[in-house]
Design a protein around this ligand. Structure first.
Ligand SMILES: *Cc1c(COP(=O)(O)O)cnc(C)c1O
Length: 360
């Protein structure tokens, strides 16, 4: 088999999706499943749909149209604001998009009218993380403008926290979003289908004991794929954190000195570990690097330490034992390593459908 390979255990990812759908369902929240870290691996999106997600979310219109070509009929929300240059495709393939600019929404309305469709708009509100969103004070007049447009309907409002500045989606922020939903009801009547509270960083709030208020949907990616809450990088109880494994092959294994010698300047990529100590150690090179993944996001098996990486080489210290040439080493991945591996043309993707293993 070719290496490197990204093993995708679809059963574990499906288990994560089903577990979150059930637990959030009990709290009155639906799940929009976001598989944007693994574009083109349709089996993951399809597993999310079978697990009962309310719809799928994608950040790029090419990924949306690719899912449509693969026959996916679920509701798809474009979770990044559409580019003006793509509006015809957006209304053709996505049912809903997250939006913050009236000029873009006017373009969506015009494109939808030509296509004979109605496109759903979720208006994103800025609550302090300083990525996308209109300021809360602008929401009522903004929605009033959107309601005038014939090719679109207001599907809901939403917010996104934690991704840029690490602002926590806590009870206060969610109460603020609920309050904005109430305010829109007062002015326009019950026009909102969805109040989308945020991403995987919202789970601590959502699975807690507090009131969920008007929030009725979360857009979840990392928690389904990797079983982790990105805010604290904590594993989520009852979810699999090993749905993906990235394997790489050993191409050199030697006993070498721990310390380099000669005049030392800068290396091509930042070295990740500055190794102390003298003497010799068992050092191996694996045929994987920055062209395949984010080396800093790899977790090696016990007994192996990552020393550094360049475009095509990953250097590891294996202490007392020499790795065999041609052997394959499995790594766990974080979100960044996963997404780089998923989009690298040099990494083969292998889909495994195993019976779900129970987790506690
Ligand atoms: C990526 C993204 C998500 C999913 O985020 P996770 O942290 O992976 O759950 C949700 N909403 C928006 C707007 C996104 O861009």
């Amino acid at each position: 088999m070719t290496a490197p390979r990204l093993w995708v255990n679809v059963s574990k990812i499906a288990h994560n999706a089903r577990s979150l759908v059930d637990r959030l369902g009990a709290r009155g929240l639906s799940v929009t499943g976001v598989a944007k870290a693994t574009p083109g691996v349709h089996a993951i999106s399809e597993a999310m749909v079978r697990a009962g997600v309310h719809g799928l979310g994608e950040s790029r219109i090419d990924s949306v149209s690719s899912l449509r070509r693969a026959g996916v009929e679920a509701k798809i929300t474009l979770v990044r604001s559409p580019m003006l240059s793509t509006l015809d495709q957006v209304v053709a393939h996505a049912d809903v998009s997250l939006n913050t600019e009236l000029e873009i929404i006017r373009g969506l309305s015009a494109a939808a009218e030509v296509a004979g469709r109605i496109h759903g708009i979720i208006v994103m509100v800025e609550l302090g993380d300083l990525r996308e969103g209109i300021m809360p004070a602008d929401l009522v007049p903004f929605v009033q403008e959107v309601l005038r447009l014939p090719g679109v309907k207001v599907h809901g409002i939403g917010t996104n926290l934690a991704c840029r500045s690490g602002v926590a989606p806590d009870a206060g922020k969610m109460a603020e979003l609920s309050g904005l939903a109430d305010r829109l009801d007062e002015v326009f009547g019950p026009i909102l289908t969805v109040v989308s509270g945020g991403n995987s960083a919202n789970l601590e709030w959502a699975l807690g004991q507090g009131q969920t208020g008007r929030i009725n949907d979360l857009r979840l990616g990392e928690s389904i794929l990797l079983g982790r809450d990105p805010l604290g990088n904590q594993p989520i109880h009852g979810l699999h954190t090993d749905g993906f494994t990235l394997t790489a092959e050993v191409i050199e294994s030697k006993i070498k000195p721990r310390q380099p010698w000669g005049t030392i300047g800068r290396s091509a990529f930042d070295t990740m570990a500055s190794v102390g100590g003298g003497g010799n150690t068992a050092q191996s090179i694996l045929a994987i690097g920055h062209q395949d993944t984010d080396p800093a996001g790899l977790r090696p098996p016990a007994g192996i330490q990552i020393l550094g990486a360049s475009s095509d080489h990953l250097v590891v210290d294996t202490g007392a034992r020499l790795l065999e040439l041609g052997s394959e080493i499995p790594f766990q991945v974080n979100y960044s390593a996963l997404l780089r591996a998923a989009i690298s043309p040099f990494v083969a993707k292998v889909i495994e459908h195993q019976d779900p293993v129970s987790v506690d």
